[in-house]
Design a protein around this ligand. Sequence first.
Ligand code: FAD
Length: 151
Amino acid sequence: MQVGKAIGEEVPIKIHYIWSWPHDQSVTDTWRVGRAFLAGDAAHHFPPHGGFGLNSGVQDVHNLAWKLVAKLRWNAGDQLLDSYEDERLPVAEFNGDQCMRNTRDLAKTGFLAEDKTFLTVIETDTEEGDRARKAFAEGVESQREHLASDG
Ligand SMILES: Cc1cc2nc3c(=O)[nH]c(=O)nc-3n(C[C@H](O)[C@H](O)[C@H](O)COP(=O)(O)OP(=O)(O)OC[C@H]3O[C@@H](n4cnc5c(N)ncnc54)[C@H](O)[C@@H]3O)c2cc1C
């Protein structure tokens, strides 16, 4: 029913799989062991708020790929490969911290709560609807850092 409301048409929906994710952050402190490198969610995972997860993973690989080529084709020094962790670890921590801040700010709006009553009352012409619209408007305002992130 909510899907039909979102796309503006009731169409038959079959749910194949339901999956959830925790709102937490973790960043590995070991990005390389010999010839093995971690990249993407294997190295760091964040809550999705801010859209940093895949972006960070692509940037990891962008950082790593040319270094591997330099090592394999031109026998670059091993320190070049070590610089992968030096460069990516602080970025992953920075991005993860931002995602956690976004999550906490989003939680203040009530949007992350299990109880989504405001979604059903928000369109109603009632005092409860007024309250829900006001809370939602304030919530959007407080999400500037989240929604207008340069990262
Ligand atoms: C709701 C939600 C919204 C998101 N929105 C954004 C967004 O807007 N922008 C953004 O940048 N990021 C977003 N992300 C994060 C993004 O989805 C992840 O960061 C990204 O998918 C991680 O890619 P990955 O390739 O590192 O890992 P994964 O996508 O997890 O890929 C790993 C793959 O390895 C496979 N695999 C696991 N174990 C084995 C094994 N033993 N053998 C073989 N294969 C294996 C898995 O099946 C999987 O296909 C969002 C995440 C969620 C949950």
